[in-house]
Design a protein around this ligand. Structure first.
Ligand code: MLT
Length: 270
């Protein structure tokens, strides 16, 4: 793992491989390790960056408020600090997808292609905001266990309970290692995120929209709606997976990613 200074924090990241840069941005309340199967495979042909967002994994929370835009600003600064000025392939899952929209909005010139996984374009409903505030209060009072108990049943598909018990246990351990303050800050940031639905029609780069067939948080129909709005976007359903599609079915997820990347590399999508 490497660390890179971003002003108020040292950001920790996996930086592996050489070639075109792929940036993998994790979901809530996780860390970079959810991408292990992609890091291992894609780093054979690409330079893979998989950071821990501020307040997660080994990256401290730092000062001030967290918003999806701030996470995106961190990632742009990270690329600057690593002297990466070429266009990157941005791959984000769920909260990582919320950050992808913000990154695209502010730093479109830095993005060659988008991979948005198990995410949403709409803002939270008032009920969802209340739920997040209540969860943040529980996490601050009782620690990250409250987040693990609330999130784990929703993250994995029904088949994974039997087929991936080790992955579920490892994900629980990741959540428990995170700080209560980092989790609460992200909940507040997600509750404040804007609706970006109207922006989708303006995304003018190759985009892959991926969702697990049993995703209960960002259901396939909603993700198909996102793909339908992005000109030329490709929509892929990952069989047997829930919200954690890259982790629950890395074989099909990586195959879809490879096909998309090959089409970009062959100039088919540019
Ligand atoms: C995530 O996986 O990042 C979260 O489920 C996103 C959310 O709570 O909206």
């Amino acid at each position: 793992m490497n660390t890179v200074g971003l002003g108020d924090i040292e950001m920790t990241l996996e930086d592996r491989g050489v070639g075109r840069v792929m940036l993998f941005v994790h979901g809530f309340p996780l860390d970079h390790s959810m991408w292990q199967a992609q890091i291992d495979e894609l780093s054979r042909d690409y330079r893979v960056l998989a950071p821990d967002l501020r307040g997660f994994g080994a990256s401290p929370l730092g000062d001030g408020e967290v918003t999806m835009r701030r996470y995106a600003d961190d990632l742009a600064l990270l690329l600057n600090r690593l002297d990466i000025h070429e266009k990157i392939i941005f791959c984000g899952l769920s909260m990582g997808g919320y950050i992808a929209w913000q990154f695209w909005q502010k730093y479109a010139v830095r993005v060659a292609a988008l991979v948005v996984c198990d995410t949403r374009a709409g803002a939270d409903t008032p009920e969802a905001r209340t739920g997040r505030a209540m969860l943040a209060a529980r996490v601050l009072a009782n620690g990250p266990r409250a987040a693990a108990d609330a999130m784990l049943p929703k993250l994995f598909g029904p088949e994974s309970e039997h087929s991936h018990p080790a992955a579920i246990a490892a994900t629980r351990a990741v959540i428990l290692r995170n700080s209560a303050a980092g989790i609460a800050a992200a909940l507040e940031g997600m509750a404040k995120r804007p609706d970006v639905t109207d922006m989708l029609g303006g995304i003018a780069i190759p985009t892959l929209v991926v969702v697990g067939e049993h995703d209960a948080i960002s259901p396939p129909a909603e993700m198909r709606g996102i793909a339908d709005r992005i000109p030329g976007a490709e929509f892929i359903l990952i069989p047997g997976a829930g919200h954690m599609s890259p982790l629950e079915n890395p074989r099909d997820f990586n195959a879809a990613l490879h096909r998309f990347l090959q089409r970009i590399d062959s100039g088919d999508l540019e």
